[in-house]
Ligand binder design. Sequence first.
Ligand code: TRP
Length: 339
Amino acid sequence: MSPFIDNRPVILTGDRTTGPLHLGHYAGSLKNRVALQRTHRQFLLLADTQAMTDNANDPDKVRRNVLEVAFDYLAVGINPAETTICVQSALPALAELTLLYMNFVSVARLERNPTVKTEIQLRGFDRDVPAGFLCYPIAQAADITAFRATLVPVGEDQAPMIEQTNEIVRRLNRQIGRDLLREAEAMVPKVGRLPGIDGKAKMSESQGNAIPLSASADDIRNAVRRMYTDPTHLRAADPGKIEGNVVFTYLDAFADDRETIEDLKARYRHGGLGDMIVKRQLEDVLQAMMAPIRERRAEYAAEPGHVLEVLRQGTFAARNRTQATVDELRNALGLFAFS
Ligand code: TRP
């Protein structure tokens, strides 16, 4: 690839820096990002500003986890020579765009965003929702458009954010009379969401049902032991259920040897196969997959100065790119630049 011409489609995605990433992130997005960095121009945003929208009382946690998430990225194989990793709060252009966009979105529209609605309920904000939280879809539209991204790989729950982004794009383009901003498309992964080890629909650190990417071999062994299977499968001789059985769900997500898994499933359904055997199989798969990730993660964590330098360089590159978008938009809107 010529270093001067880069026609690859532009991707932006990222994570709130509220805690280290886990196996659910790996299955749902990280693995995908490692593959996409070869074919796409990819930017990864460490979304600490967005993390602040519901963690204003704990900025220290938000700051700490910028590095933790960066360790996770690098450990799974995100390559800073291919992917630009940057820190959201250190990109003033994103804040400026957010402020401009706020004038083109009504409060009623924000309150109708189904994801935000559910999240407000989950957090018990009720009428006391922070303005920053209510407005985070606008900030996310700023992120996406500032990078001029056309593809946004996100989970299904983020689809309303892309929809709202595109409304803002169309509204602004209409205002300035040309297509300065680009609409974006959500890339929703084909694999479904990984359930927590307790069988609950979502793996989440706050639910205590997650396996972090930094899990030790013992952590992994214990997590698999505690894993939810088929509660009616009491004796090995009994027929067991595969659907909703977390051990099989994880085997489907992570085991390469399909034949062995299908064979295990058949025997489990039929009866005569105990949970312990299946769990041992899963433990082997997870230990083999996670050991290199854990080792690389420990190496990066031992060199935080090196990782900070990666973030500094990524953020500088992103600063130029995002500032260029703001400059164009300010110009198109006729705001004073004084430069
Ligand atoms: N909302 C994403 C999350 O919950 C993080 C994020 C912030 C993001 N800005 C983004 C994702 C822009 C995609 C594009 O983790």
